[in-house]
Design a protein around this ligand. Structure first.
Ligand code: SAM
Length: 276
């Protein structure tokens, strides 16, 4: 599926941080779950350990990615043409700018990730003449830096509505910080802006499976946590939550109705709010 030759340990001088394969890393593990090649043996070993106790792990990743696709499409259909994608990840099939540009040619997308592999791959993927998309290496936990970064402040017009995407990333933000961070971003937005969130949640997995999965993530520099539906809803406080609310992500505006088993097996919930 993947091999080390896909990534160089001697990065080019492109202003992107150091890449190390000493520890597994969440961006590369997620890439591997989605069938990508931007990962090392240490990432694949961590996923193998996770899958030994929780076989549906790839279903989580695919369900989350499907939610992202449908949210971006929905937002374009509702007039949004500016996206701030926090924790954008390693590019894979159906990236936000590709989906958005299918619907809205002029859409602007500011990708932000703190992971050097994600950032380097995203920059490589982009046509150098592409002026509608930027990739910023930054930590979303520092909103002032993110919002002032040239790739964000120089691309997005915050006097018009922007959609903030925090898809699959807030499990890496502990405690109440996720809520307060989303408030900081919201305060920067005008009415008519949106925020989308998806999150790891214990739907079908047992306590033992969840604990073992989180143990594997503690090997990475960014341990993860699950949240309940109520906690995820609370992260979007201050937004008017759109139908169907915070639901298992396969049930959010599905193209085909998922079975109950598919929904629960995703172990991922999400929703979309609008600022009024
Ligand atoms: N949003 C994409 C998606 O849903 O397909 C990728 C999700 S992936 C599970 C999580 C991404 O969030 C990884 O690329 C990781 O590097 C990034 N990430 C985690 N913590 C972050 C932080 N504090 N700041 C910026 N990015 C972060």
């Amino acid at each position: 599926m993947s091999n080390e030759s896909a990534m160089s340990l001697q990065p080019p001088d492109d202003g992107v941080g150091e890449i190390s394969d000493a520890q597994p890393n969440s961006a590369r593990m997620y890439d591997y779950l989605l069938g990508g090649a931007a990962n090392f043996a240490v990432d694949r070993d961590a996923i193998a350990d996770m899958q030994a106790i929780f076989p549906p792990a790839p279903h989580y990743a695919r369900s989350n990615r499907g939610f992202l696709t449908r949210v971006v499409r929905y937002l374009c259909q509702h007039g949004i043409d500016q996206f701030l994608d926090l924790g954008s990840g390693v590019p894979t099939v159906g990236n936000v700018h590709e989906i958005a540009h299918q619907h809205t040619e002029q859409a602007r997308i500011a990708y932000v990730d703190h992971d050097p592999v994600a950032v380097r791959h995203a920059r490589r993927l982009l046509d150098p003449t592409e002026s509608r998309v930027t990739v910023t290496e930054a930590d979303l936990r520092d909103p002032d830096t993110v919002l002032a970064a040239p790739g964000v402040a120089g691309l997005l017009d915050f006097s018009r509505p922007v959609a903030v995407l925090a898809v699959g990333v807030l499990p890496f933000v502990p405690g109440n910080e996720a809520r307060s961070l989303m408030t900081r971003y919201r305060d920067h937005l005008v009415p008519g802006s949106y925020a989308a969130v998806s999150h790891l949640a214990q739907l079908s997995m047992s306590d033992e499976q969840l604990a073992a999965g989180l143990d594997v993530m503690r090997r990475t520099p960014t341990p993860e946590q699950a949240r309940t539906v109520d906690e995820v809803r609370d992260i979007l406080h201050g937004y008017h939550l759109l139908e169907p609310g915070i639901v298992p992500v396969p049930e959010w505006h599905p193209d085909t109705t998922p079975t109950q088993e598919e929904s629960q097996r995703s172990n991922c919930v999400g929703g979309l709010g609008i600022q009024r």
